[in-house]
Every structure is written in structure tokens, then in C-alpha cells.
Design a protein around this ligand. Structure first.
Ligand SMILES: *Cc1c(COP(=O)(O)O)cnc(C)c1O
Length: 420
């Protein structure tokens, strides 16, 4: 692992595991410490006990391959159970169906693919199908459209960062096949008006997909705890599909999400089936072929381990940590939290010309805090996790100290547009 290009070579003789293990752990030394709450995204962590369940379950199914449905009925059952638990959580009826996928991007890709194939089946003359989405929509939809040869129309959002149903309606034309709403969006953490978009989707015969990838496994439990959130799932007429990541606030190992369909009959538009090769029928519902068994085992285990009570406890912890962080930020002269902040995401910035937001982010970065950045509006982006609860006081103390340094030096930072 040197700086030279393609410096690594396959060793002629294998190396001993102990040495390899040390190298792997050493390689992490430059990483941000997620266990100490230094990351505002990427890793979802509650405690060691939950991590142990997730990891041990993963390892129990480490070698199995979910492509082999006949060989591994165990995985078929685990995935069916996960989908069933998720369908109930999102108020789907008995006629609904769903698929366990490798993550939000795959769930979104499959939703777009199914919407496209349904549209083409109903309207074979459709020349250039398009998808209409709010500007805040996650780029996985554009990625899917890019792969599938579709156009995406991004429509400006309201001053509360939500989809604007009137503007969306105006962008819809005869070639539109699909609308997407976020619940909540990653960019500003707010819920799009799913009910109003549902009315529009029904009136125009469009597929309405709800992207609940981020908050799908948090919002229902925050609601049970009394936090007021709008309806966003299959209880809303017009919602056709919903994606929710278990590897975010579901706390499973990465590689776990679900795509849910209001009606099982829609699944035929999602499927791929091929016969013209020497091995008979090859049929899958997912983008991947060979699929690891670990993520499904982890997701199944974590959902059963936490149960509703565990997820509610985590939701309380996240929401109260967010309140404390917001109060801490607001107590620092010149800083403001951008409203609304509905679930786990908060944005904040300086309103004071003498205190530059980008310099503040750079100063916090130098103190070991990985800083998420929002470009529109220019702000610092933070997605709360239970792991942040114990470090909020330290975060706020550092933020206060850095804000004094930045004011005194008059430093101006640069906007870092690329978090990834
Ligand atoms: C994370 C996320 C996605 C994409 O999911 P991956 O798991 O990163 O592939 C899609 N939409 C939203 C709102 C997300 O937060």
C-alpha cells in the first residue's frame, strides 16, 4: 500500500494470516473513527451488543449464495420474513409484495426498471419516457435512468425544501411514466408531500415511488414515540412502490434494503427472465446475480433482536440527541440551524459574515470530525445516529472553540462539494 501506481503485487508465496490481519487493521489508521461518533453519515451504530448480533448472523451465512433459491431455502425464508416485516411496518395490504436487495441504489434501480417496463407494456409506442422528481431527489434515480435510457426532470423545490406538487404537475407530460417522493430526503431531511403527489399520480396514471431509503426504519418508530410526521407509506393512495434501507436506520450489515410493491402483480415488470442459453431458465428479481447470504441473515437477526421496542428506544435516543445538538449549535453566536428539521438530519450554518461556514467546517475537520456538506444551501449536514449521543457535548465544545478561532483569524474556507 504505497503511493506508487499499481504497486501491489500478488505475493509469490502466501503470507501468514496473523500478519495479514495486522495489515488490514493498520490500513484503517487514517480512517475517521465511527465508533467514537466522528462520522455524520456512512456508519449506523448503536452499541457493541447489536453489532455482535449483526456480525455473527452475517458470518453464519457467510458462504451461502442467495442466487440459489433451490439450494438455500433458508435464505428464501429469511428474505420473505424481512419483506413481510417491512410490508407491515409500511401499512401494505395482503396483495403487496417485495424484494430483499443489496441497498438503496438497487431498490431504486428496480423501482425505475419496473415502472419503465409497466409503462412500455401499457404504451408500446412511448418514445422517450421521463421521470419527474423534486430537485432534492437522491441521484440513485438518475443513475437508474442513466442505465435504463430514461430522462429525469428535476423540478425546483419549495422554500421548506419539499417537492412542489404544482410545479411537478406542470413538468409532467404524455411521456412521463413515474414520480418520486422522498420520505425523508437525504439532502434536507424533510418529507415530500406524498399525499398530494399520490393524487397527481392517480389522476395521471403514473407510478409513484417513495424513497424512504434513509428514514424508512426510523420514521415509523419516531412516530410511535409521538414525533409528528406526515403519512408517507402505502396508507397513502397512489403510492406504487417504496424503498427502505435496512443497512441505515435498520442497523443491519451493509448490503440490505427492501423494494416493496403495492401489488405483487407488479413484480413481473421488475423480473428478468432468460431462456436462450444452454442452461434453461435463468430468472431473477434483483440486479445482482450471485448474492451474499450475510446481509439477509444480519437484517433478519437485527430486526428480531431489536423488535419494535428496540427501534423505538433508538428513535428516542436519536431524536433527543438531535434536540441537544440543535440547542448546542444555536447557543454559539452566529450559528443557526436551518428549519425545518423533521427527522434525523440537520443542517446548520453561520448567518454572520465574520464567521465563515466553510472555515468552520475545515476547522472541525482538523479536529477529527468528518464534516458533511450541503451545497444548496451552503451549510453543514449532519445525520444523527445513536453513537452521537455521548459525544454531543464534545462536538459543541469543539464547534464553539473553532468558531472563536475562525472569527479571530478572519479565515475564509472553500466549499467542499464532494462528500463522497
Ligand atoms: C442512502 C440513500 C439512497 C441510496 O442508498 P444506498 O444504500 O447508498 O445505495 C437513496 N435515497 C436516499 C434518500 C438515501 O439516503
Amino acid at each position: 500500500m504505497s503511493g506508487q501506481k499499481h504497486a501491489a503485487v500478488l505475493p509469490v508465496e502466501g503470507r501468514p494470516w496473523e500478519e495479514i490481519r495486522r495489515s488490514l487493521l493498520d490500513a484503517k489508521r487514517g480512517d475517521y473513527n465511527w465508533r467514537e461518533g466522528r462520522l455524520p453519515l456512512y456508519v449506523y451504530y448503536d452499541d457493541e451488543a447489536l453489532l455482535k448480533v449483526s456480525r455473527e448472523a452475517f458470518n453464519l451465512y457467510f458462504s451461502e449464495n442467495a442466487l440459489g433459491r433451490k439450494a438455500f431455502p433458508s435464505l428464501v425464508q429469511l428474505e420473505a420474513d424481512i419483506v413481510s416485516m417491512a410490508l407491515r411496518l409500511f401499512n401494505a395490504g395482503d396483495e403487496a409484495g417485495g424484494t430483499f436487495t443489496s441497498g438503496g441504489t438497487e431498490s431504486q434501480l428496480l423501482a425505475v426498471k419496473a415502472a419503465r417496463n409497466r409503462a412500455l407494456a401499457e404504451r408500446p409506442d412511448l418514445a422517450q419516457p421521463n421521470i419527474v422528481v423534486p430537485h432534492s431527489c437522491h441521484p440513485s434515480i438518475d443513475k437508474a435512468a442513466h442505465y435504463l435510457g430514461l430522462e429525469v426532470r428535476r423540478v425546483p423545490i419549495s422554500d421548506t425544501f419539499r417537492a412542489d406538487p404544482a410545479a411537478i404537475a406542470k413538468a409532467v407530460d404524455d411521456n412521463t411514466i413515474m414520480l418520486v417522493a422522498s420520505a425523508p430526503g437525504y439532502t434536507h431531511g424533510v418529507f415530500d408531500p406524498v399525499a398530494e403527489l399520490g393524487v397527481l399520480a392517480e389522476a395521471r396514471g403514473l407510478w409513484l415511488h417513495v424513497d424512504a431509503c434513509l428514514g424508512g426504519f426510523l420514521a415509523p418508530f419516531a412516530r410511535m414515540e409521538g414525533y409528528p410526521l406526515p403519512d408517507f407509506d402505502f396508507s397513502v393512495p397512489g403510492v406504487t412502490s417504496l424503498a427502505a434501507d435496512i443497512h441505515k436506520y435498520g442497523f443491519s450489515a451493509k448490503g440490505a434494503s427492501v423494494l416493496l410493491l403495492r401489488s405483487e402483480t407488479l413484480r413481473r415488470f421488475q423480473q428478468f427472465e432468460h431462456r436462450n442459453w444452454p442452461r434453461g431458465v435463468y430468472a431473477t428479481d434483483t440486479f445482482l446475480g450471485s448474492r451474499p447470504g450475510g446481509p439477509a441473515a444480519s437484517a433478519w437477526a437485527v430486526m428480531n433482536y431489536l423488535g419494535e421496542a428496540g427501534y423505538r428506544r433508538i428513535a428516542r435516543r436519536i431524536m433527543s440527541a438531535k434536540q441537544r445538538l440543535m440547542a448546542g449549535i444555536e447557543s454559539i453566536p452566529g450559528l443557526e440551524v436551518i428549519q425545518p428539521s423533521e427527522l434525523s438530519v440537520l443542517l446548520y450554518r453561520s448567518w454572520d459574515a465574520a464567521l465563515d461556514t466553510n472555515a468552520l467546517a475545515e476547522g472541525m475537520g482538523a479536529r477529527g470530525w468528518f464534516m458533511g456538506r450541503s451545497v444548496e444551501p451552503e451549510a453543514i449536514h449532519f445525520a444523527m445516529n445513536p453513537v452521537h449521543a455521548p459525544v454531543i457535548d464534545r462536538y459543541v465544545a469543539d464547534l464553539r472553540a473553532v468558531s472563536i478561532e475562525v472569527r479571530e483569524s478572519g479565515r475564509v474556507g472553500a466549499l467542499d462539494e464532494s462528500t463522497y
